[in-house]
Design a protein around this ligand. Structure first.
Ligand SMILES: [Zn+2]
Length: 505
């Protein structure tokens, strides 16, 4: 007999409907899966057989063929296990077809029949148009976010079969997220002193400007970066859903309630692989850290230690807000629009190039500075030196202004920015700047002098203008852009000192 069970497979962050067709015929016992399964998907045989046996049903000792349609779509992972098990039992007449009427099934099966969480429950369920969808208990919240289906669940296959047959009621499972991530965002009040770095952080949040902090170890660069998401506004509903899809597809724990409402903060280690940071993978194409940071902050601590391939791969997403990753037979685009915060020591030894103290050779400095190609360096609108905090200020200084107060100013700037037809000042083009933020005569003169002197590059010009606009927005000072705003913006975009050593060496 033939059975067809609706399910779905994940490609990138999108789910695609899959019909799991199971044919059971007389003949020597065998089990074949066709229709572009990957190796994990092909191993469903062993998991499904053990799970069916554990559930009290019988494994048919006949010739079983499973076809995953459409065959052009590559099916990765174990999310089709449950649909295959249900299909086998229907095709073997152990379960009546009417019991799964208008229902789809998503889930991995443990050998003991447990329904296990699969990555991407949200996009998988979103791809289905059946009235009912059965998912593993840990995926209930994600599945419910779609809002179009009646979501059902059971802890194991035996419980599920009892409910489908009507022998027992559907289990009433607590939809609470089993591993709620505590989103304790640290407060800026805890940062004492560091006036210029705090200002740079506020400007970065208000205008969406990428920020590079250069300072010795222990100067608080990480502490500052961790407080940046707290300054950013809540995600809009479409952004929240998109960010949640990405987290879901990556199999990352979702916050309580399921929806990613606050800007994410991702801080991959410099030893992380290119696949982990950028995305991709051999078996399933999965989003990387830069996509998990979508609509939030990507923090690269010790930026000079990251692989050159990783740093170079950031350039396109920084420009376009998406990253394209490919595997032999699939190519997907992951959203990756993030605020980039980099932190670097002033030199490899961390002694800030201090004469007599810095142990770095010229060759080491040249190697270090080459890590940061000028096109990447150019994408930082803000480049500030962070000094080691003054011990007296740490002990006796006043607490800094709290996050809530700074976030209020950031919020006001974002509202002004929306009237310009963009989300952040950082993305304004030169032409748009001429329209919405014309320069005063003195400001134009100042910029011209800097361009002539070579202290400002043609590429840097637009960036300095956008930062100056954000500075005036923060002070509620409407355009034209004044020369003092330009001067301030240029002071927030210093040339890293190791670069001048590169020129010398
Ligand atoms: Zn050094």
């Amino acid at each position: 007999m033939l059975a067809a069970v609706p399910s779905a497979a994940l490609l990138g962050v999108e789910g695609h409907p899959v019909s799991v067709e199971v044919h059971v015929a007389s003949g020597l016992p065998s089990f074949t899966i066709v229709g572009s399964p990957d190796s994990t998907c092909r191993e469903a045989r062993d998991r499904v057989r053990a799970a069916v046996a554990s559930s009290g049903a019988a494994w048919p000792m006949r010739r079983i063929t499973v076809n995953l349609a459409p065959s052009g779509l590559r099916k990765g992972g174990a999310s089709l296990d449950l649909a295959i098990a249900i299909g086998v039992l229907i095709a073997d007449d152990q379960l009546e077809l009417r019991t799964i009427d208008d229902s789809a099934f998503i889930g991995e099966l443990g050998l003991d029949g447990t329904l296990r969480k699969v990555p991407g429950a949200l996009p998988l369920v979103d791809a289905l148009d059946t009235a009912n969808v059965v998912v593993p208990p840990p995926s209930i919240i994600e599945a419910q976010l779609v809002g179009r289906h009646h979501i059902r669940s059971a802890t194991n296959l035996r419980e599920l079969l009892d409910a489908l047959r009507g022998d027992a009621p559907w289990p009433d499972l607590d939809p609470a997220n089993p591993s709620p991530e505590v989103l304790a965002v640290p407060d800026l009040a805890e940062v004492r002193g560091q006036a210029s770095a705090r200002k740079a952080l506020e400007v970065a949040a208000a205008g969406g400007h990428n920020l590079l902090m250069i300072g010795p170890p222990g100067s608080g660069k990480t502490m500052l970066a961790q407080r940046l998401p707290g300054l950013l506004p809540d995600l809009e509903s479409s952004q929240a859903l998109q960010a949640t899809r990405i987290h879901s597809a990556a199999g990352v724990d979702l916050p309580p309630g399921g929806l990613v409402r606050r800007p994410p903060f991702r801080a991959p280690h410099h030893g992380a692989s290119s696949v982990a940071v950028i995305g991709g993978g051999a078996a399933i194409l999965q989003p990387g850290e830069i996509s998990l940071a979508h609509c939030g902050v990507l923090f690269l601590d010790e930026m000079g230690e990251f692989g050159i391939d990783v740093l170079d791969s950031l350039r396109t997403p920084l420009e376009e807000g998406v990253v394209r990753v490919a595997r032999a037979n699939a190519r997907v685009a992951f959203p990756a629009r993030f605020l980039l915060v980099g932190a670097m020591n002033p030199c490899p030894c961390g002694e800030a190039l201090k004469p007599g103290v810095c142990r770095c050779s010229d060759a080491a400095l040249v190697r270090y500075s080459r890590r940061l190609s000028s096109p990447l360096l150019d994408r930082f609108d803000l480049r500030v030196e962070v000094q080691a905090a003054d011990p007296a200020q740490l002990l006796r200084g006043e607490p800094g202004e709290p996050t809530a107060a700074v976030a209020e100013r950031v919020h006001r700037v974002r509202e002004i920015t929306l009237t310009r037809g963009v989300e952040t000042n950082a993305v304004l083009t030169a032409k748009e700047l001429d329209e919405v933020a014309p320069l005063s005569a003195e400001a134009a003169e100042l910029l011209e002098r800097a361009l002539r002197a070579g202290t400002l590059s043609a590429r840097g010009l637009r960036r300095v203008r956008t930062v100056a606009l954000t500075l005036q927005d923060l002070d509620a000072l409407p355009p034209p852009i004044l020369d003092r705003s330009i001067r301030f913006a240029m002071n927030l975009r210093v040339e890293p000192r190791f670069l001048s050593r590169r020129m010398a060496g």
